[in-house]
Design a protein around this ligand. Sequence first.
Ligand code: SF4
Ligand code: FES
Length: 373
Amino acid sequence: MTVPPAPWALLAEVTHACPLHCPYCSNPVELVRRSRELATADWERVFGEAADLGVVQAHVSGGEPLLRPDLAAIVAAAHRAGVYTQLVTSGVGLTATRLEELVKAGLNSVQLSVQDARAPGSDLIAGRVSYADKGRAAGVIRAAGVPFGLNVVLHRHNLDHLPEIIALGAAWGAERIELANVQFYGWALRNRAALLPAREQLDRAKATLAAHRDAHPEGGPELVWVMPDYYEGVPKPCMGGWGMRSITVGPDGTALPCPAAYAIEGLAPPNVRDRSLSWIWTESPAFAAYRGTGWMTGPCGTCPRRETDFGGCRCQAFALTGDAARTDPACSLSPDHHLIRDLVEGLHETAVDGGESRTAATVPSGFVYRRPT
Ligand code: SF4
Ligand code: FES
């Protein structure tokens, strides 16, 4: 069995409840109901155990974590344990008073999401009017002087707005903009046909990004490009390797090596209500299942890149082939690569409404919005 290094990060999904309805939602298809959420005291124990294991950073996420009335107490528990905390938020409900309360509790940074550069496009993807709330939240974060990152999921309906998105991040005062090309598992897989861009569109966006970086070698926000693995022929080193860097604890205490791994059948994930985080990390079968390289079969087993990309993404392998132990179909060496190659090769640009003229009434065909269960 591979002996794991100390985990670096904890993703604390304190609730799955969310005011937005994004079609690319990364939360599981079956959401955890509010009545099953961990209590404040459970989170306090989890953060203490995480710190003992070596975790240095917690992403306090959801859903929308601001929907937890005890969020400041949760953040304070992480802070007391000595863990750096980042709030991951839609911005809906982030008032100056609420942020002040969180900062006093020990919050270290905020990551705000926005769905597009302008209100019509952003509200359309979010499935409700929310862009103005996000602008207000950005002002509140900047006024508080807290380190501020902006996250934008990129897809067919906003990739052409990249220059405006970058300008928006700079105008809102973000120090970092994460340009996260949509990943297709969970709810997003249901919307793949409506979200997947064509290669020409992605190439244009990459050229825009390179030109922007050349024109602003030092100034402006740091731009982080999360690769669109459907087009690269090489898989992403998902999660930095299964069970190697990060622990996700879901709203009901389910512990997973990856937030999307709820969907992997047969994994039998442990729960922090029953087990210590130390046991979960070092001894649980779920965390050991795809750790290291011993589990690899097929082309990964002898591939020189197996210590670099760890065979790609287990959740994507499961979602597309039904077997999480297969090589990620995003890899050009995978016997299942045709599942992705045939899809993207057959895809060519069709006119996409630029968003400026869109209203919430013109939902792109095929969109399935996320709704609470
Ligand atoms: Fe990575 Fe496996 Fe593909 Fe090699 S065969 S590049 S290890 S996914
Ligand atoms: Fe779960 Fe990649 S998203 S391993």
